[in-house]
Design a protein around this ligand. Structure first.
Ligand code: ADP
Ligand code: MG
Length: 614
């Protein structure tokens, strides 16, 4: 009996991609009959047709300009952000519309979304061959640090490939699900993922019904490719020792060295030593030699050690130590290397979970999640975190955070804003993501305008801004003017995203600049506040005459001058002190005419003022 439509899980990797689902006998990667589950994430074009996977990978070095790999690095990024990464990629990438990039393949050019879609199409074909039926729906995984733009790009790739992306989940979360750690209900899990070209460490908290990514760290330029590279270099050195005249820098030699290096590395995951042969008849080279695990370990140890630094940083960010970790999960083909396993075990002080194939574990977790979604079993939800704060620009270029970093999704936040100019009928919202106090130091995510507000004095409109982040980590911003019930809303589809390094740098900078920023921010805030208070006092001056004595009015005038002087200075603390004095002097006035709308700024000022006093 075919009960429900299958929702497959797909691991769309930088190096390799594959699908999995849950069968009667349990979850399994989807292999086409006689074929393999893994599709190398490499593609090329021949006679107007795509060639995806192993065959494309074979020609990576001989046809570098037409062979596209590591598309995942380009997803949701613009040309400027990709500069460093592009220097390392042999194919041509150029800026296209709205901050998108396009990759040249022969005469044509494609967006990363289209290229990823071709990989997904191949994975989908494999899945359909394995299942013997058409597949329309999938859960796709992304790294935990992927931002809104990168998730959107992944979703778009799915759509292009003819897949409804039912859910986007984090790779480490998928790995934890695959190990059934959700059923264990409570505890901390470290997911160590070393793939072909990237390393990620994630600290997850499992609290009964909830998976929460407490922290992630990593290196977007570290992985098994680096191991291959140092092995190839060592082989090159050995050849040169015997044949000093031999240069092995041409594409064909590089391809051979790379391929032999990877095979040798894989051999040494199972044996203590191995042999290799380098045959280049064109160069008259026929070189045989042995290679042992000690040599390999010596070459790769610096890379493995550097992953531990990321582990330390992630633990620190999560406020945990290795002793707090209940389970360690290994993900990614490169965790098959015995040295990696040993060093990770030593670091965490416990043997890691390795029973599920590390190449497949992410896809398997996504497949389980897809199965649960298809069957409607919802006894737990997945909660991921927002990597950097989300908010809007307010007066003076300040960044008002509505949602702080590390908030779990889905989440919602509201805040009230008002106008600064009389009769303003429209308000612009500039949405930013970052950790600094000023928007110039944050990343712009998008903007929109709320129009049709009836003319009112400044400070009267009450604009409620709502940030809603859904379970996929995608942000929608809406604004409503409460008196007139005018509404506007956008789904934020940013044109670019943040790199792991950028996120680190932003975090570091925000720490370094925290004090400077805070001073500047306070100055701007207090100056704005002073302006609003002055406007309120001016408007109320007539009534003030009937409420306050001449002496009190004179005192207020004098104190207003003091505040004005302090707004010209650079000391927020001094300004605040003068504002406080003015607040004391005008309080009887405000209390007396509290009901008058024209004094709303003053009221707001006091409200904040009081709230800030404790
Ligand atoms: P990604 O997540 O980047 O798509 P994978 O998790 O598929 O990558 O890992 C690919 C990497 O794993 C490659 O560098 C490959 O050489 C390496 N790898 C696969 N199997 C083994 C093995 N048995 N021993 C060592 N490395 C391996
Ligand atoms: Mg992976």
């Amino acid at each position: 009996m075919e009960a429900v439509e299958t929702i497959i899980g797909i691991d769309l990797g930088t190096t390799n991609s594959l699908a999995a689902t849950v069968f009667e006998h349990g979850p399994e990667a989807l292999r086409p009959p006689g074929g393999e589950a893994i599709v190398p994430s490499v593609l090329t074009r021949r006679e107007g047709r795509w060639i995806v996977g192993r065959e494309a990978r074979e020609q990576r070095t001989t046809h570098p300009q037409e062979t596209v790999f590591s598309v995942k690095r380009l997803m949701g990024r613009d040309a400027q952000e990709l500069q460093a990464a592009l220097a390392r990629l042999p194919y041509r990438v150029e800026a296209a519309q709205r901050g998108l990039v396009k990759v040249h393949v022969g005469e044509e050019a494609f967006t990363p979304q289209e290229l990823s879609a071709e990989i997904l199409r191949e994975v989908k074909r494999n899945a359909e061959a394995a299942l013997g039926k058409a597949v329309h729906k999938a859960v796709i995984t992304v790294p935990a640090y992927f931002d809104d733009a990168q998730r959107q790009a992944t979703r778009a790739a799915g759509r292009i490939a003819g897949l409804e992306v039912v859910r986007i989940i984090n790779e480490p979360t998928a790995a934890a699900i695959a190990y059934g750690l959700d059923e264990r209900k409570k505890g901390l899990v470290a997911v160590y993922d070393l793939g072909g070209g990237t390393f990620d460490i994630s600290i997850l908290e499992l609290t009964g019904t909830v998976f929460k990514v407490l922290a992630t760290h990593g290196d977007t330029e570290l992985g098994g490719d680096d191991f291959d590279e140092v092995i190839a270099e060592e082989m090159r050195r050995r050849v040169r020792e015997k044949h000093p005249e031999m240069v092995l820098d041409d594409p064909l030699s590089r391809q051979l060295l790379r391929k032999i290096a990877e095979l040798l590395k894989i051999d040494l995951s199972r044996a203590l030593d191995t042999e290799y042969t380098l045959e280049l008849p064109g160069k008259g080279l026929d070189f045989k030699d042995g290679f042992n695990v000690e040599t390999l370990n010596g070459l790769i140890a610096p890379f493995v050690d550097s992953t531990l630094e990321s582990c330390r940083l992630a633990l620190a960010a999560a406020g945990k130590s290795t002793a707090d970790i209940d389970e360690v999960v290994l993900v990614g083909g490169s965790t098959r290397v015995p040295l990696v396993r040993r060093i990770v075990e030593e670091f965490f002080g416990k043997p890691p979970n390795v029973s599920i194939n590390p190449d497949e574990v992410v896809a398997v977790g996504a497949g389980i999640q897809g199965h649960l979604l298809a069957g409607g079993r919802r006894d737990y939800v997945l909660l991921d975190v927002i990597p950097l704060a989300l908010g809007i620009e307010t007066l003076g270029g300040t960044f008002s955070k509505l949602i702080t970093a590390n908030t779990t999704v889905p989440t919602q936040a509201n805040e009230l804003f008002t106008t600064y100019v009389d009769n303003q009928t429209g308000v612009d919202f500039n949405i930013f993501q970052g950790e600094r106090e000023f928007v110039k130091d944050c990343r712009s995510l998008g903007r929109f305008r709320l129009k049709g507000i009836p003319p009112m004095p400044a400070g009267l409109p009450k604009v409620e801004v709502t940030f809603l982040v859904d379970a996929n980590g995608i942000l929608t911003v809406s604004a409503i003017e409460q008196r007139s019930v005018m509404e506007a809303q956008i789904e934020v589809i940013p044109s670019h995203g943040l790199t792991n390094d950028e996120i680190d740098r932003i975090m570091e900078e925000s720490f370094e600049h925290a004090l400077d920023d805070l001073n500047q921010r306070q100055l701007v805030d207090f100056r704005n506040m002073a302006k609003a208070v002055f406007r309120g006092i001016d408007k109320a001056w007539k009534q003030a005459r009937s409420i306050l004595s001449e002496g009190e009015l004179a005192q207020i005038r004098v104190q207003m001058e003091q505040v004005k002087k302090a707004t010209g200075g650079e000391d927020p603390v001094a300004l605040k002190a003068e504002m406080d004095k003015l607040g004391e002097l005008t309080r009887p006035l405000a209390d007396a005419i509290m009901s008058q709308a024209a004094l709303s700024e003053l009221r707001e000022f006091f409200a904040e003022h009081r709230a800030g006093e404790d």
